[in-house]
Design a protein around this ligand. Structure first.
Ligand SMILES: Nc1ncnc2c1ncn2[C@@H]1O[C@H](COP(=O)(O)OP(=O)(O)OP(=O)(O)O)[C@@H](O)[C@H]1O
Ligand SMILES: [Mg+2]
Length: 394
């Protein structure tokens, strides 16, 4: 793991009562967030997630209490200065519409007086980090990009001045489910590289368990119902509210807790455009494969033809399959199943942080994991019955 560049966050008796309201939106909250961790805030609409988040960068002023970042009490700091050291990402990316991508990303560095060369270098680095090709996107306007691409720029912009803390308010709420999984996996990869402290607000408990080292479950008035790791919360919901909130999600929770990197992958045979089909088929047969993956210079998948399809041409064709299903090591088994279903395929390709194909995961593997977990769960139940019984007779 990289050095932690994030800072801890502490909320100490923080209250927010909006003017003209009878009850506080957030009643006295105490919270410790460890440096280098991702914490996900979840809870029903109106429970105070956004209010709590915005008090950390003082877009909303607390009515009472103190907030520390590292060991700095930031409650008395100049809010504009403070916000230069805290990245902030909102749902639709929040980009300035009339500014190019590079102008958006350079916004805070310009305020901080960085020179042009340093800003340009930082912009290249960040675009690459969030998985966008700098030459293609540097001069684009936000309106000429997809929602997912805009969201990636939003993350790059928030990271521009290398802040120790990143706050994200439902950043992936407005994109389709497959893009959402990709963005989540990018965020996990970025976090592995940078080790910032990230607070992310989401409506979705599954997203919270996937992203959060810890999950904070809030109810109305910013009341903490439970704060713990996803495993702790799923194994031991603190109360009826939490149980209800995680609800039916809990049955499939194992699929969320188990990551692609935790299960065995099938090796894949790769080939490049223009390779001799006969040579590739021989290599695939020797490896016992019935299909291959055509990859580009960076090892990213282009298509995955069967050997029969390969045999119809003398050389590997330059066809690009637009629906090639891929997952990252940090994807959950649930994400993997979703991608298979969306592409109507019995498997997915596994890629590394930069998109290069490293193997494949088949539906058979996923099903075997589910069956294993179901029988483990049943064995646990039997054990409980058995020990109850022996206690009863002792
Ligand atoms: N400026 C304001 N003035 C008065 N009340 C407000 C203001 N902003 C928010 N509230 C109230 O404070 C409570 C918490 O709002 P907040 O936006 O923090 O909720 P949330 O958990 O982020 O909800 P959602 O999931 O819908 O985004 C709500 O009851 C809301 O109506
Ligand atoms: Mg909100």
């Amino acid at each position: 793991m990289t050095d932690i560049t994030g800072a801890s966050i502490r909320l100490d008796g923080v209250v927010k009562q909006y003017k003209g309201t009878a009850k506080p939106a957030v009643q006295k909250i105490d919270l410790d967030i460890e440096a280098g961790h991702i914490v996900a805030f979840v809870g029903p609409s109106g429970c105070g997630k956004t209010t709590t988040l915005k008090m950390i960068n003082r877009l909303i002023e607390p009515t009472e209490g103190r907030i520390f970042i590292g060991d700095r009490d930031v409650t008395g700091e100049d809010p504009d200065k403070l916000r230069q050291s805290i990245g902030y990402v909102i749902q639709s990316g929040g980009l300035f519409p009339h500014w190019s991508v590079s102008k958006n990303i350079g916004a805070i560095p310009r305020v901080l007086g960085w020179d042009k060369a340093r800003i340009a270098e930082r912009t290249e680095y960040l675009l690459d980090l969030v998985g966008l090709d700098a030459d293609t996107f540097r001069d684009r306007l936000p309106k000429d990009m997809s929602g997912g691409q805009q969201q990636r720029v939003g993350v790059a912009r928030a990271l521009a001045a290398d802040p120790p803390v990143l706050l994200m308010d439902e950043p992936f709420g407005a994109v389709d489910p497959i893009t959402r999984v990709r963005l989540q996996d990018s965020l996990i990869a970025i976090q592995h590289e940078l080790a910032k402290t990230i607070v992310i607000v989401t409506h979705d408990f599954e997203e919270a368990t996937k992203l959060g080292d810890k999950v904070l479950i809030l109810s109305e008035g910013g009341k903490i119902e439970q704060y713990g790791t996803p495993e702790e919360i799923l194994a031991k919901p603190a109360n009826a509210f939490v149980e209800e909130f995680i609800g039916s999600g809990a049955t499939l929770a194992h699929l969320t807790l188990t990551r692609v990197k935790d299960v065995d992958h099938n090796p894949v045979v790769t080939a490049r455009v223009g390779d001799s089909s006969r040579e590739v088929i021989n290599r695939a047969k020797a490896a016992g494969a019935t299909w291959i993956v055509v990859v580009d210079d960076q090892g990213r998948g282009r298509a995955w033809p069967s050997l029969d399809e390969v045999a119809t041409k003398e050389r590997i064709s330059d066809y690009v399959d637009p629906r090639l299903p891929t997952v990252a090591p940090s994807s959950t088994l649930n994400d993997a199943l979703d991608s298979m279903l969306a592409a109507s395929q019995g498997g997915v390709l596994v890629t590394d942080g930069r998109g290069a194909v490293t193997g494949a995961l088949t539906i058979a593997t996923v099903m075997a994991v589910i069956r294993g977990q179901l029988s483990d769960a049943r064995a646990d139940e039997e054990q409980v019955t058995y020990s109850d019984h022996t206690e009863g007779t002792a």
